[in-house]
Design a protein around this ligand. Structure first.
Ligand SMILES: [Mg+2]
Length: 327
């Protein structure tokens, strides 16, 4: 039997929202919402929307949300597949629910519902604190910057014919996979945000890189890029500032998707910002790969270390100097 208390706590812990829909809601809808607006006002994020908010795109649900439907809202549920994410919960007194909902929450009436939320109040904090991520076989990851790490840097490259791999890094990728690591690419691509490279051009360069790796029998498990750049008016440059290194967004995306053991993971970059982001994301081993700008990058990293005493890194001139296992 489902533990609703645990599901609600997990939802909150993962950043989800409880979503209710006004259209064709029960007459005593306000009473159903009351326990959430009162006891939980500070603890459980919830929102009340119209179906048109989802269909028009004014409101976007996320994968961790719980979307509640009451018996009688069959017509509201219909046609929402393309517009809502998250788990659909059907609230009804009986034991039947439409096929397109994920969970059936059987509750006699609004007083049983209110009683549930009252009983959740005293245990909610401990449910959140004792939260355990699902049992997963977490593996470490070799995170790589792209330009001047995986491929030779050609500023704002839009020509797939100019893509050239760095052979020793291909060897490093082979080694990482042999050691049981995931391999991920996290690359700032402000050229897209500045309007210097089109999305189509980026795609072709990206696919050329992967094809060259494939020719060597090597691959990258996950690739993430950030097109954000400050003060640019191109839409791609405006959005998702949190992804751009030294922010941790791209690392977090890979971590969430591949269930990464961050402490035992490795970052290889040629910029200070690569290593600063990796450290902030909890990666245990940071390597600064040789490049022409090495001295400048080291200077930036020394300043960073002054404010982050636990930060350490190793400057290397060859990929073979990277050891799998923590520094
Ligand atoms: Mg680089």
């Amino acid at each position: 039997m489902k533990s609703w208390a645990q599901l609600v706590a997990d939802t909150v812990r993962m950043g989800g929202v409880l979503v209710f829909i006004k259209d064709q809601a029960p007459q005593d809808f306000q009473q159903w919402l009351e326990p959430l607006s009162q006891s939980f006002a500070m603890k459980i994020p919830f929102t009340v929307r119209n179906k048109s908010d989802f269909v028009s795109g004014r409101y976007q649900t996320g994968i961790h949300d719980l979307i509640f439907f009451f018996e009688g809202q069959e017509a509201v549920l219909a046609g929402l597949d393309a517009h809502v994410q998250g788990q659909r919960v059907w609230i009804a007194p009986g034991n039947t629910s439409p096929a397109t909902v994920d969970y059936l929450w059987t509750t006699e009436d609004v007083s049983a519902w209110v009683a549930f939320w009252s009983s959740l109040v005293p245990q909610f904090d401990s449910l959140i604190e004792n939260w355990n991520s699902p049992e997963m076989d977490h593996a470490p990851c070799l995170f790589l910057d792209r330009d001047d790490v995986v491929v030779k840097n050609v500023p704002y490259n839009k020509d797939p014919h100019q893509v050239e791999l760095i052979p020793e890094v291909v060897e490093l990728i082979h080694k990482a996979h042999a050691e049981g690591y995931w391999v991920a690419l996290v690359t700032n691509q402000s050229g897209i945000g500045r309007g210097r490279i089109s999305w189509q051009e980026y795609k072709q360069v990206h696919q050329r890189m992967l094809k060259l790796l494939a020719n060597e029998g090597a691959w990258i498990d996950e690739c993430v890029w950030s097109s954000y750049i400050e003060n640019e008016s191109v839409p791609e440059g405006r959005l998702l500032a949190g992804l751009r290194k030294p922010r941790v967004g791209m690392f977090q995306m890979v971590k969430d998707k591949l269930k990464i053991d961050m402490k035992n993971s490795i970052m290889v970059g040629d910029s200070a910002t690569d290593l600063m982001a990796a450290y902030s994301a909890g990666i245990g081993s940071c390597y600064l790969f040789r490049s022409e700008k090495l001295d400048k990058e080291r200077e930036t990293l020394e300043k960073f270390r002054a404010e982050n005493s636990k930060f350490s890194y190793q400057a290397i001139s060859a990929a073979a100097d990277i050891s799998f296992g923590r520094l």
